[in-house]
Design a protein around this ligand. Structure first.
Ligand SMILES: [Zn+2]
Length: 342
């Protein structure tokens, strides 16, 4: 991007209340069949318009066509039985009933490619598309077939690469992999997590990003955050490996968090999507608060590599709150842009 400090969001945005119950993650659809198909695309259009109106530079689908950032992708794969459910602990944090891997996993047909083509037709602005990362995918399943987290992650990496290549061909400018699991399983990240991510981006010419956060503002996550102490140093365990990787952009949670900003120094050279909007509170940041977070980040990342962003997705927030936060992001980025250009 030519513009200094291009803004974007981590991914999901609230859905209209006629499409899915608001202020909920995994919210069930309110429509069926063709009405649901049409409704999802209408919502995608609305979400895009809200981003454009707020002045966001790198736009997305707002994840309007998916129910959940991991499960919706997995639902389209074969080898996973959604009827056969087991209770597992996700990210060592909360128990959930998840589907079972019962055989060889594969992608019989593209998952999001048609949606991405639709978004591409609607705008000339750069577009970013989010996919789950391999480690976060395996952490949301019970594996009865491979019986190895690493083996299953490599299989998913291959599948993600097929999808990513088709998203690139559809005109996506940045493909982002969501890996909140990178903030939990440090040894695995270093042993094979970053390697499987690199397998997922193999051969891509578009830009690639990894999003590593402390999760949506749901209770399981906010309770977990309370146990992390006064300094959250999780990124310290994985950044050196990521700095050495082929990933272009790292998307981080920074605002209102206890992450020491100087950890960004460990990924020097990468573009950094700096989370300057807290998604765990309904309080809308002032532009000055956003600017303050960006200024702190600028001590550790070159201005031409700083991408103001949100901490995580905003799907569970009321729509007007999310819109207010997008406006604040734009206004805060403008304050710092003016300072840099002065
Ligand atoms: Zn996130």
């Amino acid at each position: 991007m030519k513009i200094l400090l291009p803004t974007s969001t981590a991914g999901s945005l609230p859905k209209p209340s006629w499409l899915a119950e608001p202020e909920k993650i995994w919210s069930p659809w309110k429509l069926e069949d063709q009405e649901l198909k049409d409704g999802k695309l209408d919502a995608l259009r609305l979400s895009l318009q809200e981003q454009v109106q707020a002045g966001i530079h790198i736009v997305s689908d707002g994840e309007q066509t998916r129910q959940h950032f991991v499960t919706t992708f997995i639902e389209h794969l074969s080898g996973v039985d959604f009827e056969k459910r087991e209770t597992v602990k996700i990210r060592n944090r909360y128990e959930a009933s998840v589907p079972t891997v019962v055989g060889q996993v594969s992608r019989p047909k593209p998952v999001f490619v048609e949606d991405a083509k639709f978004l591409r037709q609607q705008t000339k602005q750069p577009i970013k598309w989010a996919l789950p990362g391999p480690m976060t995918m395996i952490d949301t399943l019970y594996d009865h077939h491979y019986k190895s987290r690493e083996k299953l992650a490599w299989e998913f990496a291959k599948i993600l690469n097929q999808e990513a290549r088709e998203l690139e061909a559809a005109g996506v400018d940045i493909i982002q992999f969501d890996e909140p699991a990178f903030n939990v399983f440090f040894d695995e990240v270093n042993d094979w997590g970053v390697a499987t991510l690199e397998r997922a981006i193999e051969g891509l010419k578009c830009e690639t990003a990894v999003h590593i956060c402390y999760g949506y503002g749901i209770k399981a996550n906010t309770d977990w955050k309370k146990t992390l102490g006064s300094e959250w140093r999780q990124y310290e365990a994985t950044f050196p490996k990521l700095q050495q990787s082929n990933i272009d952009i790292v998307s981080l949670e920074c605002h209102n968090s206890q992450v020491p900003m100087d950890l960004i120094e460990l990924i020097r050279g990468k573009k950094v999507m700096v989370g300057a909007i807290d998604v765990a509170t309904h309080t809308i940041e002032t532009p000055e608060e956003v600017a303050d977070t960006l200024r702190k980040a600028l001590q550790f990342v070159d201005a031409d590599k700083l991408y103001p962003c949100t901490n995580c997705g905003m799907a569970p927030l009321p729509r007007e709150v999310a819109q207010g936060k997008l406006n604040a992001l734009t206004a805060g980025a403008q304050i710092v842009r003016d300072e840099l250009l002065a």
